[in-house]
Design a protein around this ligand. Structure first.
Ligand SMILES: [Zn+2]
Length: 481
């Protein structure tokens, strides 16, 4: 596993806290002020070798979860899980059987076969041990459907029982966060599934390549992949797609061999506008074998009740992921990936924010639900489970603030409010930034689709406004989704 570059994310509440961090020493005795020492103490324990990198489903993670629950208790938060502070997340681990992944394309010049060693990358199936799917292929632009933006890449196409081929990366002509959301693989899969497709092949465009090299996908997907697995909750449509793979331009070109337009022409057009879809008149066969095992891990959930009789029914979720990637390939003899910054630091900051908010002389009017989520590193799984099965009525959740990769060791000078203008959180961000004397900057890297890549996003997908994500220019996070 790789060390991952980190993200800073927070909004109004935590921004205040992080900035206060640098001056906290002077007022360390004040219970309602952020204490640098508290953050350091949490961080040092959570990132210690004892916890073995806090991989979801391991003893190290469980120790970390118990630690967080103890701190919640000490602060005086109310247990808000399903078992005290814990919300058990049932997990299914799936492993792709080596060399079983195969994409065969019946083109003009006979059958071409691509394997996981070169041009096709896929996770294991989480539901089927053995798959051999065969169907016609249809190209559907970026696979975007948004009446609000007058976009329907499926217009005039019948994709029932077929493989949909779409371009990956943010579609052109849309605002950054909107493009990030509508062009995310989750949304692309959902749109295809809703239209009855058998599977989706996403063409690995230069925008995706810039984020994560295609050649490295296979080694990541060769690792066990996790999903929450709870038969009592219907899974999102996109998860019900039977086939899903990322393909490079060589494999994509084979799918386009008999098409009315070449892949090259389509990709050139896609730089400025979304190309229209069409039948590819190619058949493809998609094969893979997968092995499954079960595990559990917990989200740790504590409630700080609001003080206002009316407004306290409204709940702000404050999320931060507790897991990291565990034990992996040794670096200089050290095989524990401690995840100090990603995301022991975020949890440490969240715990200190919780303590300070609980100690404010003037209580918050709304309730705050602190959630240390599990399995972010496996694909936002703990947060997705919570958003699917919240421990408070979903209609009470009015917003989510997420803290991932807190790095309080530089002077914070500006923030980027991802999604800020899509909800009233934007006004709070502006107020907080103004009061702290920092500026708000535009999204500098729209190609990264950051808005879709942390634990607020599963909430956003279910209509709960996500946080603007303050950050600054720093090390880049590069990770496949
Ligand atoms: Zn993280």
């Amino acid at each position: 596993m790789n060390f991952r570059a980190l993200r800073v994310s927070a909004v109004a509440i935590s921004l205040t806290s992080i900035c206060a961090y640098s001056t906290a020493a002077a007022s360390a005795a004040e219970p309602s002020t952020i204490r640098a020492g508290s953050i350091r103490a949490h961080l040092e324990f959570l990132a210690s070798d004892l916890l073995e990198g806090r991989d979801a489903g391991t003893r190290g993670y469980d120790l970390a979860a118990n630690y967080v629950a103890s701190i919640y208790e000490q602060i005086g938060l109310q247990p808000a899980g399903t078992n005290g502070f814990m919300q058990r997340v049932p997990l299914r681990s799936s492993l792709l059987v080596p060399s079983s992944l195969k994409l065969s394309v019946q083109g003009a010049g006979g059958i071409k076969t691509f394997t996981d060693a070169d041009h096709v990358a896929a996770r294991p199936s989480s539901s089927e041990a053995e798959q051999s799917l065969e169907a016609e292929c249809v190209f559907a632009g970026f696979g975007v459907v948004s009446p609000e933006h007058k976009r329907d890449d499926y217009a005039g196409l019948d994709v029932r029982g077929k493989f949909v081929v779409v371009l990956g990366g943010p579609p052109p002509g849309l605002p950054s966060e909107v493009a990030g959301h509508l062009g995310s693989t989750a949304e692309q899969r959902s749109r295809a599934a809703e239209r009855g497709a058998l599977g989706v092949f996403i063409v690995y465009t230069p925008a995706l390549e810039a984020r994560w090299p295609f050649v490295r996908l296979a080694s990541v997907y060769a690792q066990p992949q996790m999903e929450w697995f709870d038969p009592s909750i219907p899974r999102p449509a996109g998860d019900q797609l039977r086939g899903f793979a990322l393909i490079d331009e060589t494999a994509a070109a084979a799918l386009f061999e008999r098409a009315p337009r070449s892949l090259q022409a389509v990709m050139k057009e896609a730089r400025t506008r979304a190309p229209r879809g069409f039948e590819l008149t190619t058949r493809a066969k998609f094969e893979r074998r997968s092995q499954h095992s079960e595990a559990t891990s917990a989200n740790v959930v504590g409630m700080l009740p609001g003080s206002d009789p009316a407004l306290s029914t409204e709940v702000i979720a404050f999320t931060s992921h507790l897991d990291h990637v565990g034990i992996g390939a040794p670096v200089n003899g050290d095989k524990i990936y401690n995840g100090a910054l990603d995301n022991a630091a975020g949890i440490a900051a969240m715990l200190e924010v919780a303590r300070v908010l609980a100690n404010q002389p003037q209580k918050l009017r709304r309730s705050v639900l602190f959630i240390a989520v599990t399995a972010e590193e496996k694909g936002l799984i703990g947060s997705d489970y919570f958003a699917s099965k919240p421990t408070v009525p979903r209609e009470r959740l009015v917003g989510v603030i997420n803290l991932d990769g807190a790095m309080p060791f530089y002077q914070l000078v500006d923030v980027i409010g991802y999604g800020a203008d899509s909800s009233t959180l934007g006004a709070s961000l502006k107020d907080a930034a103004a009061s702290l004397g920092i500026t708000i900057s535009p999204d500098l890297e729209p190609g990264q689709q950051f808005f879709t890549r942390s634990d607020h996003y599963p909430f956003v997908r279910r209509g709960i406004p996500g946080r603007p994500r303050p950050t600054r220019v720093g090390p880049r996070r590069r990770w496949p989704w």
